[in-house]
Structure formats: structure tokens, C-alpha cells
Design a binder for this molecule. Structure first.
Ligand code: GLY
Ligand code: MN
Ligand code: MN
Length: 435
């Protein structure tokens, strides 16, 4: 992402905040994995969205109209010894020269300098409740100002939810963001194709996961956007199955839900295919029903339609199909109203997608479903899950879990499926696996 993209976002945010306000964003803390080993550092999405800065121990402050510069970045000082062990730091010079800060101070000076920036400010934009220690600091700074009331200092009157403003911005993807998401989607599609090519009965689920991750990393994705789900047979019916340790059996399906993160943007793809390369009649019947539901839902992704229309289309198609297959019986409208499909389809048809896999942004405005607009990206991911022993369902359907998930960008005229690079029709999948 170019520097200018971050500057544009900060300007947009500060326009919305208006004069007399200040925004404060602490970077995410590092997280210990075990003893002295940390998880690979991943910046907080809101923080990165506005700064493009990827070091921990930093605080971004934005103050519309501040005379000595509107954007102040507190970060670690240069330290050749520490940098030899743990990697380079931007330091204060780098914060200004490389990262577009108007002004930068050492993070160790935060307590001395930040209260001064809050002085005589009416509103503080801050996301409360995510970093309790920082919440406490903010309270102390505000109390410090209150204590100086008699010397003419005024403390802020309001603390306003910064996340709400930023999350609405993040919901509309710029063309640069769309470009990055398109690339993350293409890499992920290629990884799913590779999984289909290499899959053989007897392999482990983790070996398929390795094949996926190899393609992600080969194309510059430093991490999956979330832990991959690779579930053979019955395991596909556990929605968040991430053990990925069983052997893949001849005659079973395997469900893979995996997406790459590229430059902090996520892809999120699910494909389900036969371990041996050929669908059985029952697998094919359920698979084609899920695919029909997915295509019906994708058709509903267009500007002017509301958020819930794709879900409603998926539910209607699935319910109709379950009646056709004899898994449900009754009148379709009544079955939908009674949510008779829920034992087999228990999740929603999608979510916003962006820097976070379950991305930010409101799904409702007041009591109305959000209307889709160009630049929004969502997943469309219906499924059917019939675990072994499901009462009232013929045995031939047991142990089949299927989901088909694509990433869809709302365009001016309809939609663009970003993840179309991986096949999903029965014929295409069988052909790819046979090749
Ligand atoms: N991969 C998580 C999801 O599909 O929502
Ligand atoms: Mn998803
Ligand atoms: Mn997924």
C-alpha cells in the first residue's frame, strides 16, 4: 500500500472528527506464545489502516488543526544493540521520513507529552475496552487534567468511539485495497487448486494444509488470514475444526476453508471435494444443492440489495432442495419460517471481508439491514452438514459436510467474484483432480 493511501485515510478521519478533537490509537501489544517466544507480530488492523506502521510499542495521535502537525507518532527510539537482535526500528526520524508523521517522540515520553495534547480538547476519539492497561492510562491523563482545573486547564468532555468511525471507513474498499484483496484471493484460489491436485486417499489433513500454506508463502503471503480448516468426512461437520490431524479416507469428501493474508488483507475460500477425485451420487446431490444455493446467493450481491438478501436466497434454495431429496418434508415457506433447515445449515451465509477475516462494519443501520454499495466485500458461503447418527435422516447422507465459499466485491453494476480462480462445479473439480 502506498504512503499516500494512509495519509488520505488520516485526512478523511480528521475531517469527520472536526476541530477540538484528538484521536488516540495504541499499537497492538506483542503476545507471548510460550516463555520467551512471541507470536509473529501482527499490527492491529485499525492502527495499521491509519498508519501503515508495523512496529509494536507505538501510539498514533491525530489532532485536526494542530499547529505543529496533525499526525504525531510515538514509537521506539533507534537502538543499535536492540536492533542487532530484534530487527530494525524506524525511530523518530524514520517515523517522519518514511511513515508520514508530522512529528514523532520516543514512546518512553508518552506520559510526559500526551496529556499536553489532550489539554483543552473537547473530544477524545478512542476505542475503549480493547487494551485495558491503555484505557487506565487514558483515565489517568484525563484525571490529571481535571486536577488542574483551577489553573485554567479543561479536560476533555467526551470520549467517543473511534472504532465506529474507522470501521465504517474500512467497509468501503478503495481501488488500492481492492487490488490487494484481488491478489490475496488469487493466491488463495491457486492454493485450493493445488490441494485438489495433490490430494490422495491416505494422506493426512495436515499434509493438505501444508500444500496450501506452501502456495501462500511462495506468493509472498507471510501468514494465513486464519487457521486453515481441513476436515475429511465427518470432521467437515465440525464448523471450526482445526486439528487437521486425521487421515483422509477413500470415499470421503474433504472440506478446506483456507485463505491467505497479503499485506494485512484476508482472503477466505472454502471448497469441498472428494478425496479420491470422484463424487458419489449422494455427495454429488448434496454438493450440487449447496452450489445452487451459493450461486443464487451471489446473484443477490448487487448495489441496492440489502445485506440479508443473499442469505434468504441461500436458505430458500437449500430448503427446497432438502425437500426434493427427502431430507425435509412439508411446505417450503412453512419450513423456512420454522427454520427446519437449521439442523443442517446452522450458520449465516457470509460476513464482511477485509483486513480482518470477519471484517468490521455494521450489518444493520438502526433496525434495517445494511444496503450493499460498491466497494464492499463479503463472503458467500452456504453449506450443509449431516453428521453421522443424525436422527430422521437416511444413513446414506451421514458423514457429509459441505461448504462452498467465495469472496465477492460489490461493483457499480453487480459484483465481481474475487476467488473465481478455483473451480466449484462437479465436472470442473473432477477434471482438475484427474489431470
Ligand atoms: N474462515 C472463517 C469463515 O469462513 O467465516
Ligand atoms: Mn468466511
Ligand atoms: Mn472461511
Amino acid at each position: 500500500m502506498k504512503k499516500n493511501e494512509f495519509a488520505k485515510r488520516r485526512r478523511q478521519l480528521m475531517r469527520m472528527m472536526g476541530k477540538g478533537s484528538v484521536a488516540i490509537l495504541p499499537a497492538a501489544p506483542e503476545v507471548v506464545r510460550n516463555r520467551d517466544v512471541h507470536y509473529p507480530y501482527r499490527p492491529d488492523s485499525d492502527f495499521y489502516y491509519l498508519t501503515g506502521f508495523t512496529e509494536p510499542d507505538a501510539v498514533a495521535v491525530m489532532q485536526p488543526g494542530r499547529r505543529n502537525g496533525e499526525y504525531v507518532l510515538f514509537c521506539r527510539e533507534k537502538d543499535p544493540d536492540a536492533e542487532r537482535w530484534d530487527g530494525r526500528r524506524a525511530g523518530q526520524e524514520g517515523a517522519v521520513a518514511e511513515h508520514g508523521a508530522d512529528d514523532s517522540f520516543p514512546i518512553t515520553d508518552l506520559d510526559d507529552i500526551l496529556p499536553g495534547l489532550l489539554e483543552n480538547c473537547e473530544r477524545v476519539y478512542y476505542s475503549l475496552g480493547f487494551q485495558p492497561e491503555f484505557d487506565q492510562k487514558l483515565i489517568e491523563w484525563v484525571n490529571g487534567l481535571r486536577a488542574r482545573a483551577r489553573s485554567g486547564v479543561t479536560a476533555p468532555l467526551e470520549i467517543v468511539a473511534l472504532d465506529h468511525l474507522v470501521h465504517d471507513m474500512r467497509l468501503y474498499k478503495s481501488s488500492a485495497e481492492q487490488g490487494t484483496m484481488r491478489k490475496a484471493a488469487q493466491i488463495s484460489a491457486e492454493a485450493h487448486c493445488q490441494a485438489m491436485r495433490v490430494c490422495r486417499p491416505g494422506m493426512s489433513e495436515f499434509q493438505l494444509e501444508a500444500a496450501i500454506n506452501q502456495v501462500f508463502q511462495h506468493h509472498g503471503s507471510r501468514s494465513p488470514a486464519y487457521p486453515a480448516i481441513v476436515g475429511g468426512g465427518e470432521n467437515a461437520c465440525v464448523l471450526h475444526y482445526i486439528d487437521n490431524k486425521d487421515a483422509l479416507r477413500d470415499g470421503d469428501l474433504v472440506l478446506i476453508d483456507a485463505g491467505a493474508e497479503l499485506d494485512y488483507y484476508a482472503a477466505d475460500i472454502t471448497r469441498t471435494f472428494p478425496v479420491n477425485g470422484r463424487f458419489s451420487p449422494e455427495q454429488r446431490a448434496l454438493y450440487e444443492l449447496v452450489l445452487e444455493a451459493q450461486l443464487a446467493a451471489i446473484k443477490k450481491v448487487r448495489p441496492g440489495n440489502h445485506w440479508n438478501l443473499p442469505h434468504m436466497a441461500a436458505v430458500r434454495t437449500l430448503t427446497r432442495g432438502l425437500v426434493r431429496l427427502g431430507i425435509l418434508s412439508g411446505e417450503v415457506n412453512k419450513l423456512i419460517k420454522d427454520e427446519a433447515y437449521k439442523p443442517y445449515y446452522m450458520h449465516r451465509t457470509g460476513h464482511w471481508l477485509g483486513m480482518d477475516v470477519h471484517d468490521v462494519g455494521d450489518y444493520k443501520v438502526g433496525d434495517q439491514w445494511r444496503v450493499l454499495e460498491p466497494g464492499m466485500v463479503l463472503t458467500v458461503e452456504p453449506g450443509l452438514y449431516i453428521s453421522s447418527g443424525t436422527k430422521g435422516v437416511a444413513k446414506k447422507w451421514w458423514g457429509i459436510g459441505i461448504r462452498i465459499e467465495d469472496d465477492v466485491l460489490v461493483t457499480r453494476t453487480g459484483n465481481e467474484v474475487l476467488t473465481s480462480g478455483v473451480p466449484k462445479s462437479v465436472d470442473e473439480i473432477e477434471a482438475l483432480m484427474a489431470a
